[in-house]
Design a protein around this ligand. Sequence first.
Ligand code: NAD
Ligand code: TYD
Length: 354
Amino acid sequence: MSTILVTGGAGFIGSNFVLDWIALENDSVVNLDKLTYAGNLQNLASLKGNSRHTFVRGDIGDAELVAKLLTEHRPRAIVNFAAESHVDRSIHGPAEFIQTNIVGAFTLLEATRAYWNGLDDAAKKAFRFLHVSTDEVYGSLAPTDPAFTETKQYEPNSPYSASKAASDHLVRAYHHTYGLPVLTTNCSNNYGPYHFPEKLIPLVIHNALAGKPLPIYGDGQQVRDWLYVKDHASAIRRVLQAGGVGETYNVGGWNEKPNLDVVHTLCAILDELSPRADGKSYKEQITYVTDRPGHDRRYAIDATKINRELGWKPAETFETGIRKTVQWYLDNQEWVTNVTSGAYKEWVQTQYRA
Ligand code: NAD
Ligand code: TYD
């Protein structure tokens, strides 16, 4: 049976990707994840005992470990999700972002290059390195600018997006210089199950139910382009299957929304599905707070290329996806409690003696 190596597969998007992969595809998955604060093995609890999923705790920046895994498991593809991913954290402490997103990606590429060079011709030709990136590398749009296409100049504005941009450039260079068969996807903001409640959508759902303020940065008119996480996973599967070597694909759902609209929508769904005891709307909890430094005003993805060339389109609209997401959080309060209380970390420490 063939195998793929997934990095960062205990995080938000990676775990959704791994769960869908095991359900829908035939390959086994080796899942390499450092289990930072954002990695959570509870996301993968349903795979316990499944022989097609092997979890390895480790760092993509550990050259020896990555080389060992590649030799042992001989994957036909690598999907690289591993990253520090939160813009606000990158503002407070950029060092980890440079380490994992740039140095870690470089180390992973070097190990991959050595492994790939040792493959026979057929395996070499079939091999793929898929790098998962973000629309934030393109910078910020004015209200009437066209959405980002794959040829848009990179203009990253935060330490997070700058570190992702650097890794995208390294991936590109490894194709052009060494012939490594790479693919890059640049996706818009994701939302859905297992989203760590430091990001806008899960934070608002969690704070609303906990009776806490719903913090809106600045005027709340910043625009993000939202995609349901399982649609991102399906796009990655499609690019892995049929994407042109060396190509980049923008992935998005044509769902541009100002932050305040997103928060209003969440409040309206919560008012319906889990009304406040006092009968008032969750909107009452909205609080305007100091804006994020260097806050990008607008992101928008033009997903024409992946649709035209690979026939991919999202299955969910924002309306269907956001409702499913709120329902998931209501049904999985224990997951949220474990994450916010830090209980999942204690479990990891017991399990791994970290
Ligand atoms: P996340 O923070 O939820 O998960 C990241 C995972 O990577 C965690 O499990 C963490 O433990 C792991 N990790 C961190 N450093 C590591 C290292 N050095 N070695 C091995 N594992 C490590 O992030 P996410 O939201 O799931 O994002 C996954 C990828 O998708 C990232 O590369 C991100 O840039 C990209 N992306 C995210 C979004 C989004 O909206 N969240 C949108 C587009 C692209
Ligand atoms: P976030 O989920 O952190 O994603 P990103 O910064 O990668 O787009 O934030 C989404 C948007 O919501 C962004 O414009 C910042 C804003 N935001 C708030 O207004 N309040 C919050 O508490 C958070 C976390 C984000």
